[in-house]
Design a protein around this ligand. Sequence first.
Ligand code: NAP
Length: 336
Amino acid sequence: MTSTMNRQWRLAARPVGLPEPSVWQWTTEALPTAGAGEILVEVLYLSLDPAMRGWMNEGKSYVPPVALGAVMRALGIGRVIASGDPGFTVGDTVVGITGVQSHALLPAAEATKVDPALAPLPSFLGVLGMTGMTAYFGLLDVGQPKPGETVVVSGAAGAVGALVGQIAKLKGCRVIGIAGGADKCRYLTEQLGFDGAIDYKAEDVKKALRALAPKGVDIYFDNVGGDILDAVLSQLARHARVVICGAISQYNNTTAVKGPANYMSLLVNRARMEGFVVFDYAARYGEAVREIAGWLAAGKVTAKEDVVRGLEHFPEALLKLFKGENFGKLVLQVAG
Ligand code: NAP
């Protein structure tokens, strides 16, 4: 039965360091009505992303910060329960920026219809959603892998990292993953077919890389920044590409971001380091979804999801990303 109230998490204060539960405010309000050109969506799953930490900060970024008092921004998938737009009917499944709430009023132009028969709903937020697009375009467009090259990926057992490594294997590369803990490292080598894994919590990354990539690193797909970026920079091969996807080790800093001391390695190795934002590839998402869906269907890639149940658990669930407690794409099940 559909609730008559909308339950929401709003940003009550800007976090300093980790986004502790005290930065959130729980509110309930009457369900809005869908006007012309709008749809009312019952949210089923929310994507929890490291980027959400950045959206909570004041200041210039690739999207405006979430305003204090506003419902927290999040991507979600849900079911249309009322429609004021001829393009949508009740029962349609849609993906959009729903926010962290049980119901979302969306401009129809900002919602994308998906076919729920094609994949389990969380996949549309993960491997077939922003996560998949990030891995696909970041590796293939920015990294430009060639067969035989050595690819290193950090955050390797995470949502983006695990797919980057698997796509790099499909492209004929040698793949080394960097992740926290023995379980995650075993998953990379035993289940995903990575050629090597480094547990950054237990090993000296630089030393381990020297052993695993004696000829140097051709592509480094960086999800974490900080000390690990520096360690990999010191092991670059000539003409290496360093893909700056994220820097999760720096997102909760209360001091200045730690920049790469070893950047001169770019000069010595005629290498390049390039950042990217997945949204710039929106016009090409269809191409990536088709190819990734094909790989999934053929069993050539797999994707793991970590589902937390209950909108009320959002504050603790989000923290899992920054504590390395998620294993796979983190999604919050809101209903269904
Ligand atoms: P995820 O990797 O599934 O989850 C985050 C993981 O980061 C944690 O499980 C943890 O794994 C690791 N981590 C947390 N703190 C760390 C630290 N201090 N040092 C090293 N590792 C740490 O998350 P995701 O959604 O796939 O995102 C991965 C990265 O991609 C993030 O940096 C995100 O911001 C970025 N991203 C970028 C774009 C873009 O357009 N550029 C789009 C989407 C995502 P361990 O247990 O291994 O530590």
